[in-house]
Design a protein around this ligand. Sequence first.
Ligand code: PLP
Length: 352
Amino acid sequence: MISFYPGPSQLDAQVGKWMQEAVDQGILSINHRSDSFMEMMAQTKSALTRHLDIPSGFEIIFTSSATECWEMISQSALKGISLHIFNGAFGEKWYNYAHNIKKGSEEYPFGLQEVLPVDELLVPIMAEIVCITQNETSNGTQVKNDVIKYLMKSSPTTLVAVDATSSLGGIALDLSQADIWFASVQKCFGLPAGLGVMIFSDRAVERIKEIGEKDHYNSISTTLAFGKLNQTAFTPNVLSIYLLGKVAETRVPISKSGNSTAKRAEILYDFFENNTPFTPLIRNQEVRSDTVVALKGSADQIALAHHFSEKAGLLLGKGYGKWQKETFRIANFPSHTDSDFDQLIDLMKSSF
Ligand SMILES: *Cc1c(COP(=O)(O)O)cnc(C)c1O
């Protein structure tokens, strides 16, 4: 079966081989304070740095999920409140988690077809961190690099935190233009779920050290201190850290390969618009996602699309949240081959 679900999604073709390697090398039985673990973790971090073009001075830590990253930020990276700008279900969930931890945290919803309204935010903001979702997996919108850059410029003392769960490793993101980035590995990295990655600018690291929050098992300042030693606070998901290193080492740097994701997205949007009863949910091309293609249609036609696909061994992503009935989603991740998409397109041609 080929999974076009936007996470968990199609595994990288080499995952099985790497898992066996991890078993054979004994890496899964070693102590997480041992030299071989620290060496493995250092390798993963440097492979990831090369693959994603992580600026020097930035720090990488591992968590269990993107959801954990949401809470860690509210817990450890601010004293006051965060501001959440979102247009979909994941951004809103993040806001809800943040609000539970820091009660005054604010929300700023914006429209589905709109570019994130940085200009309106030029009013002085009280928030210590502005939080955005680079790729909103629920509706297939994205915030482009230049908008994030503008957001950073417009609020010089405010940190910018970016949920890039369904885009990090799929498109080229200018990581120098925000302070905190995070993702989990079951989306663009094509790995089994159970690991989150978090990246901090030097400015963010400084702020977190200043705040010095150490009350939790996953306090960021503690996690960063262990990270410096290539260790973790608790026994981590060693297999996932190993697999992430392998995937990052093997893939072409995202600055070179990210464009092909965008090109493939364009082909998909065009194909569906012109050859099927479905249209892109997002009409504004400026904000359309490259990695998650959301398509709109009648409930009956969507049911048919799922039916035909399943019979052909292809799994489409269901609609999410309030778009559940009228949309379906197709992940366009690096683990998907061109031939996977040829199969999907051929099937759609013959079905509709
Ligand atoms: C999938 C997803 C999450 C949640 O990821 P978990 O690893 O399940 O915590 C958060 N944000 C976005 C944008 C996502 O796509």
